[in-house]
Design a protein around this ligand. Structure first.
Ligand SMILES: *Cc1c(COP(=O)(O)O)cnc(C)c1O
Length: 356
């Protein structure tokens, strides 16, 4: 606390990111990074861009990247907004499109940045409980609201809705913006981008951080009809004209174009996830069905906080949220087969220790 702070700073409850400790031999399964890293073509493009031209500002509109993304969806560059990670894109979305007199709706268990943004921008919101299977039930969103934001697959649960249900949600709210946060969509859900041409109220966000292994480059994007994109540009150009630097633009374009690397690594992550899910069930975990690069699971008897702490003391990091409804769940990012094997032996050890 300081008397020098603006009054809003006293009221903020900042998002807490998963830790990035500098520990040796760490098995790091806590922030949903991609164990296989970026396409070698992205690294080559970043190296090639590392020249004296860095003295010049980048293209403020990142047109090359927006065109590459638009083209693969049969859309135009003015359907695409890019930003410094999808967290920044989402921040602009909250400010530009989700602040209305009636409350914004999102699930009670979801990406914890959502209430943080609401707090920052003074947006009123109402949390809609997940059903007993920890899934989103779209009929629960049939209520007065100013807008809706929903990850699909949801975070941190990893469960996905079929596209037909997402479409029903969008069609049932023609006068509200519906934002679908597709940070994990590539790992097994259906994207709503195919609906953008038909629904002026739909905005979809995605990121290069998870499926493209580029969390360190900070690139995310939103796709929607031009009036929604224009709102985002108005906020962005009142905030930071150059959210993507030259290296980020070059690396993201090359990563986007390397479809082979992308598909191959996705298949590996998905196979590892499904094996890990089966192995966790054998260790008496209840595992939610996942369409993401993570599993959300709870043990039949042991508390989530203790399992997490015991794993940490064995240099295995996973994520635990000390929140109502989910405090006994573990969120486990999908690593390599080797990392997941280490997690499983660590877990067997921890369970034996805690059940003593
Ligand atoms: C990881 C994540 C993001 C943000 O990713 P960036 O790294 O900022 O692009 C957004 N939404 C959800 C649900 C996420 O899990």
């Amino acid at each position: 606390m300081s008397r020098f702070w603006s009054s809003i700073v006293h009221t903020l409850t900042p998002y807490v990111a998963g830790e990035q400790p500098a520990m040796h031999n760490l098995v790091k399964l806590n922030t949903n990074e991609n164990p296989y890293g970026p396409s070698p073509r992205a690294l080559a493009a970043i190296a090639a861009e590392t020249t004296e031209a860095l003295r010049l500002y980048p293209d403020p509109t990142a047109l090359k990247l927006r065109e590459a993304i638009a083209k693969s969806h049969g859309l135009a560059a003015n359907n695409v907004f890019v930003g410094n990670g999808s967290d920044e894109v989402l921040a602009h979305v909250f400010q530009a499109l989700l602040k209305h007199d009636r409350p914004l709706l999102f699930p009670d268990v979801t990406y914890s940045f959502f209430p943080t943004f609401c707090n920052l921008y003074g947006i009123s919101f109402r949390e809609v409980p997940l059903d007993d299977a920890m899934a989103v039930r779209i009929s629960d969103y049939r209520q007065e609201c100013g807008a809706i934001v929903l990850p699909n697959p949801n975070a941190p649960t990893g469960t996905a809705l079929p596209l037909a249900e997402i479409e029903t949600l969008i069609a049932e709210h023609p006068d509200q913006v519906v934002v679908i946060d597709e940070a994990y969509v590539d790992f097994g859900a259906e994207s709503a981008i195919a609906l953008v041409a038909r629904y002026p109220n739909l905005l979809v966000t995605q990121t290069f951080s998870k499926s493209r292994g580029l969390a360190g480059l900070r690139v995310g994007f939103a796709i929607g009809q031009p009036p929604l994109i224009e709102a985002l540009n108005r906020v962005k150009d009142s905030f930071n004209s150059y959210p993507l630097d030259r290296l980020a633009i070059a690396g993201a374009v090359a990563a986007w174009e390397d479809k082979e690397w992308f598909e191959e690594k996705l298949a590996k992550v998905i196979a590892t996830r499904d094996n890990l899910s089966a192995a966790l069930r054998e260790l008496q975990f209840e595992v939610l069905p996942s369409s993401a690069n993570l599993l959300f699971a709870r043990h039949a008897t042991l508390p989530g906080a203790e399992i997490t702490a015991q794993l940490r003391s064995r240099a295995i990091l996973i994520r635990h949220f000390p929140k109502p409804r989910i405090h006994d769940y573990l969120r486990i990012s999908i690593g390599t087969d080797d990392e997941c094997a280490k997690l499983l032996s660590g877990l067997a050890d921890v369970i034996a220790f805690l059940e003593r």
